[in-house]
Design a protein around this ligand. Structure first.
Ligand SMILES: C[S@@+](CC[C@H](N)C(=O)[O-])C[C@H]1O[C@@H](n2cnc3c(N)ncnc32)[C@H](O)[C@@H]1O
Length: 228
C-alpha cells in the first residue's frame, strides 16, 4: 500500500485503487463503518468524497485547505459527525473542534460515535443562527466551517465568524445552491453568496465545485481580513 501525504493529517492511499484517508486519532476505532488500513505503524480511515464535502474538495483538486494540526475549528452543521470525525483526526490532540448542530437526532449519534470518544471534540446542541448562545463553550478559532444547508447559510457563517473567527482565520462554506434558490442557476447563487462574503470583509481564496460528489454544491474558502 502506497501512502502519499496530501495535507496535514490527510493522505492518498493506493493499492488496487486510490483513496483519501485521514490518520486515525483513535486507532482501532471506525466511526461510521469506514475502511481502516494500517501501514507502517500508522492507522488510516478512508475519507469518502461522496459522504464528506471537504474530502470532495480535495478530490476536486483544492489547494486551500486550512484545517491543520493544532487548529481550533468551529463546525456549523456537524450532523452525526461523519466529517467532524475526520477534522478531529486532522487537528489532533493539540487542536479542538467545536461542533454545533440544532437537531437532536443527529446530535445523539454524534455524541455516541464521536464526542464520547474524542477529547478534542466539543458537542454543542444549539441553533447556529444564535451564536451568542454558545459563547461560553467556544474559543477563538482558526477556521470556521459551515455546512448547514439553509437558505441563510452564508449569513449564519458570517455571524459566527464575527464572534469566533480570528482575523487572518479561514471561513469555509459548502454552499448548497438548491437550499438558497430552487429557481436560480447554481452559478448565480454562488456568485451572490461570494459577493456577501467579500462585502463582509473577507478575501476569497478559492472556489471549488463539488460535483459529481455533491450535486450543486460549491466550497468557498475565504480569509478574514485584518491582523492577527
Ligand atoms: C448537510 S447536513 C451536515 C452534514 C455534516 N456536515 C457532515 O458532513 O457529516 C446539515 C446539518 O445542518 C444542521 N443545521 C441546519 N440548520 C442549522 C442551524 N440553524 N444551526 C445548527 N445546525 C443546523 C442540520 O441539523 C444538519 O445536521
Amino acid at each position: 500500500m502506497k501512502v502519499e501525504r496530501k495535507f496535514d493529517g490527510v493522505y492518498f492511499l493506493a493499492d488496487e485503487r486510490a483513496f483519501l484517508a485521514t490518520e486515525n486519532l483513535k486507532p482501532g476505532e471506525s466511526v461510521y463503518g469506514e475502511r481502516i488500513e494500517r501501514v507502517g505503524g500508522k492507522e488510516y480511515r478512508e475519507w469518502d468524497p461522496h459522504r464528506s464535502k471537504p474530502s470532495a474538495a480535495i478530490q476536486k483538486g483544492c489547494r486551500a485547505f486550512p484545517f491543520a494540526r493544532g487548529s481550533k475549528v468551529l463546525y456549523l452543521g456537524a450532523g452525526s459527525g461523519t466529517t467532524a470525525s475526520h477534522i478531529s483526526d486532522i487537528v489532533g490532540d493539540e487542536g479542538k473542534v467545536f461542533c454545533v448542530d440544532v437537531a437532536y437526532r443527529p446530535m445523539r449519534d454524534f455524541l455516541e460515535r464521536v464526542a464520547k470518544k474524542r477529547e478534542n471534540v466539543v458537542a454543542i446542541l444549539s441553533d447556529a443562527r444564535h451564536p451568542l448562545l454558545y459563547r461560553w463553550m467556544v474559543e477563538e478559532c482558526d477556521v470556521a466551517y459551515c455546512d448547514v444547508a439553509q437558505q441563510d447559510q452564508t449569513k449564519i457563517m458570517l455571524d459566527n465568524c464575527e464572534l469566533y473567527l480570528k482575523p487572518g482565520g479561514h471561513a469555509v462554506i459548502a454552499v448548497k445552491a438548491r437550499s438558497i434558490s430552487s429557481v436560480a442557476r447554481p452559478e448565480e447563487t454562488y456568485r451572490e453568496e461570494a459577493r456577501k462574503i467579500r462585502d463582509a470583509g473577507y478575501e476569497i481564496v478559492e472556489q471549488v465545485d463539488l460535483e459529481p460528489y455533491a450535486e450543486a454544491h460549491r466550497m468557498i474558502t475565504s480569509v478574514r481580513k485584518g491582523r492577527r
